[in-house]
Design a binder for this molecule. Structure first.
Ligand code: NAI
Length: 343
């Protein structure tokens, strides 16, 4: 049965990497009909809003979207559309697997951990105001409800993915009330998962440990801001932002996107690495039950890396975004003709 998926090309390198992802997903044999919607700065120009109702309705109806990165103006302009989208759809769990790809030069080729980031509150509440000129206040909102929900998600994720340990990352020594609440909710939930080890680390030490001994981590659960920062740090451990996929999961739907942003420094040149969005598409295919297509696509991406002939500029190669996609499609075709011959 054909499944409808909302497609959001995004800004900067978004349209380039999304075009490649669409091509490889189609070549994987998954039956998908795309519903394309523009959100962000482009939508503001066209429709007078960064988040048109039609895009929200499309995701609510299809319950799944593949999304390119969106640019957020720094220090001025509209509020982050990513944050608004996550809040509007209550996409509370941001799941970011950090797993090295074969034959990719990186610090930790064996690394395999998962970041679970709370996606709806914390300093991302956007509640900021000028108290008096020269003094601003920014509110960090942490609730028992959201902290319990994300802790439960992390432990359930660990259970269903046969992971052994969940570590809460926090700064409860300083933010005793807010991070203290996050941490106490974590340990309350941990009691329901006795087979999974639960521990915690203060964020500064956790960053040092991640750089020096990341193999001690398995599943990490973090508030929104820490999760954002630690995700990029961890992407660096496996070769860079071009490789780290992600999913925003909630009751109303799921939006799959790379960890990275719109990379304005390389946009329009056709040189972005599409691996992170392709691996996000692999997660999406699993999510909609297209497990075979997901496995085929993942294997094809891994094969291209194993062979090492096609690598984008961020990894020291000279393959263009579209050439990398062509290489993945060639592997998918080769695997399908081999399967046909074997049968
Ligand atoms: P960024 O992630 O866009 O780029 C950081 C660095 O990584 C740049 O040097 C870039 O060229 C490189 N890079 C990122 N993705 C790459 C890829 N696929 N292949 C090769 N190199 C890649 O972060 P930056 O520059 O801080 O943010 C740019 C914009 O993206 C901002 O407006 C920010 O708000 C937005 N952003 C959006 C996100 C989303 O839509 N989910 C997530 C993060 C940032």
């Amino acid at each position: 049965m054909t499944k409808k998926v909302t497609l959001i090309p995004g800004d900067g390198i978004g349209p380039e990497i999304i075009a490649s992802a669409v091509r490889v997903v189609e070549a994987s044999g998954a039956k998908i009909e795309w519903e394309t919607h523009v959100i962000g700065a482009q939508a503001l120009e066209k429709f007078g809003t960064t988040l048109p109702e039609s895009a929200i309705e499309s995701i609510k109806k299809n319950k799944v979207a593949l999304k390119g990165p969106l640019t957020t103006p720094v220090g001025k302009g509209f509020t982050s559309v990513n944050v608004t989208l996550r809040k509007t759809l209550d996409l509370y769990a941001n799941v970011r697997p950090i797993k090295a790809l074969p034959n990719v030069p990186c610090r930790y080729p064996e690394l395999d951990l998962v970041i679970i980031r709370e996606n709806t509150e914390d300093l991302y509440s956007g509640l900021e105001h000028v108290v008096v000129p020269g003094v601003v206040e920014s509110l960090k909102i942490i609730t028992e409800k959201a902290s319990t929900r994300i802790a439960r998600y992390a432990f359930e994720y660990a259970r269903s993915n046969k992971r052994k340990k969940v570590t809460a990352i926090h700064k409860a020594n300083i933010m005793k009330l807010s991070d203290g609440l996050f941490l106490s909710c974590f340990y309350k939930v941990a009691k329901d998962f006795p087979e999974i080890e639960a521990d915690d680390k203060i964020i500064d030490n956790a960053c040092m440990q991640l750089v020096m001994h990341p193999e001690q981590f398995d599943v990490l659960v973090l508030e929104n801001l820490y999760g954002d920062i630690v995700s990029d740090l961890c992407a660096g451990l496996i070769g860079g932002l071009g490789l780290a996929p992600g999913a925003n999961i909630g009751e109303l739907g799921a939006v799959f996107e790379a960890v990275h942003g719109s990379a304005p420094d390389i946009a329009g040149q056709g040189i972005a690495n599409p691996t992170a969005i392709m691996m996000s598409a692999v997660m999406m295919l699993h999510h909609i039950g297209e497990h075979k297509a997901a496995e085929r696509l993942e294997n094809a991406i891994f094969e291209v890396y194993r062979e090492g002939k096609f690598r984008t500029k961020d990894l020291g190669g000279n393959a263009k975004t579209a050439e990398f996609a062509d290489a993945v499609i060639a592997k998918l075709k080769a695997a399908s003709s081999k399967a046909a011959t074997d049968a």
